[in-house]
Design a protein around this ligand. Structure first.
Ligand SMILES: Nc1ncnc2c1ncn2[C@@H]1O[C@H](COP(=O)(O)OP(=O)(O)OP(=O)(O)O)[C@@H](O)[C@H]1O
Ligand SMILES: [Mg+2]
Length: 317
């Protein structure tokens, strides 16, 4: 049987949009039947263009439909057998897999490149520092060398992040209180928060001790808090909450910033996805990798223009 690919999204008035649930999709399919589009024997691919849907889910909905025409002995059509399979989830999984492949490829590239870059950077930094000291205090060139050093430090930070993906540092996990790591991280980001008119509100309740890598988890909270502050260039409130519920420790990092566009939500954890001029797009993939390494989970809720909330969930059992 031949498969026809049909984009009929533009022709449908989706006043009440279907979601990916099979029964709703089927209902839609039945209304489409009025067009007699699929009463032709064969296999059909139906793509419901999701542009009229709510902003929360902009993904297309994909069905495979097989139609069999039942005929009587005189060759007259007496009925139809229609199989309808919703393939949206299957495609979602495929995309996830591709993102994982990209991550591993990024790791391999990073391993090769990072080492080669690190050594020349160290000598550039060293010699520029010497040069800086040789200039008189009022010499304008001192300012230039300062900028070179700052930029070299930025490159070093990037190499360090790339190396983390390729070769994570030894995973030393110990038993302890994650609230302390959250508090330590707040101390680190506090000066950046003050500079950006961001007020950090810490709300914490007792949580059980768990086994975790404090350095790695600090990196997680640092990435999330830095992103939250970046999202509020005109200042605002950053809420950091932690509590214990349903055998998991929840750590919420909630901002009142620009929020995340719905079409970006699925790409947040992709390596190198960034909307920032000077971003590397490695913060969230690293964050996710560390959390997975702790058998945990990260969830995101965001409303454009209102803010975002990232929740880290760590199992206690
Ligand atoms: N709290 C947030 N509010 C709004 N957008 C966010 C938030 N956190 C992440 N994002 C979006 O996700 C993108 C990816 O974040 P990620 O931390 O991975 O990289 P980055 O912050 O751009 O760069 P860096 O590698 O320096 O962290 C950001 O560029 C931004 O568009
Ligand atoms: Mg970031």
């Amino acid at each position: 049987m031949q498969t026809e690919q049909t984009d009929i999204g533009g022709g449908i008035d989706m006043t009440k949009p279907p979601n990916t649930e099979h029964d709703k999709g089927l209902k839609y399919f039945m209304t489409l039947q009025q067009n007699e589009l699929f009463l032709k024997e064969g296999s059909h691919r139906l793509i419901l263009k999701n542009r009229e849907l709510g902003k929360e889910d902009e993904r297309d909905i994909i069905y495979d439909i097989d139609t069999l025409v039942l005929k009587n002995s005189k060759g007259k059509n007496v009925g139809y057998v229609i199989f309808c399979e919703n393939l949206t989830e299957k495609y979602k999984l495929q995309e996830k897999l591709q993102s994982m492949e990209k991550l591993s490829l990024a790791g391999q590239l990073a391993a090769g490149a990072a080492h080669e870059i690190k050594n020349p950077l160290a000598s550039i930094r060293g010699f520029v520092q010497l040069l800086q000291e040789s200039f008189h205090k009022n010499d304008k060139r001192r300012e230039y060398t300062k900028i070179i050093i700052e930029e070299v430090d930025r490159l070093n930070e990037l190499v360090r992040e790339l190396l983390f993906i390729a070769k994570p540092s030894p995973d030393v996990k110990t038993r302890g209180n994650i609230n302390k790591t959250v508090d330590d991280t707040i101390l680190v980001v506090n000066s950046k928060a003050i500079m950006n008119d961001v007020v950090i509100h810490r709300e914490s309740s007792e949580v059980p001790e768990i086994i975790f890598n404090p350095e790695h988890m600090k990196q997680v909270f640092l990435n999330l808090m830095n992103n939250a502050i970046d999202a509020m260039p005109k200042g605002g409130n950053l809420f950091v909450r932690s509590f214990h519920k349903d055998n998991r420790i929840h750590i919420e990092i909630q901002d009142e910033g620009c929020g995340i566009k719905p079409e970006h939500i699925d790409r947040l954890f992709e390596p190198f996805f960034t909307t920032k001029e000077d971003g590397t797009g490695l913060g969230l993939p690293i964050t996710k990798k560390i959390i997975q390494n702790h058998s945990g989970e990260i969830q995101v809720k965001s409303k454009p223009g209102k803010g975002s909330c990232f929740t880290v969930l760590l199992p206690t059992m």
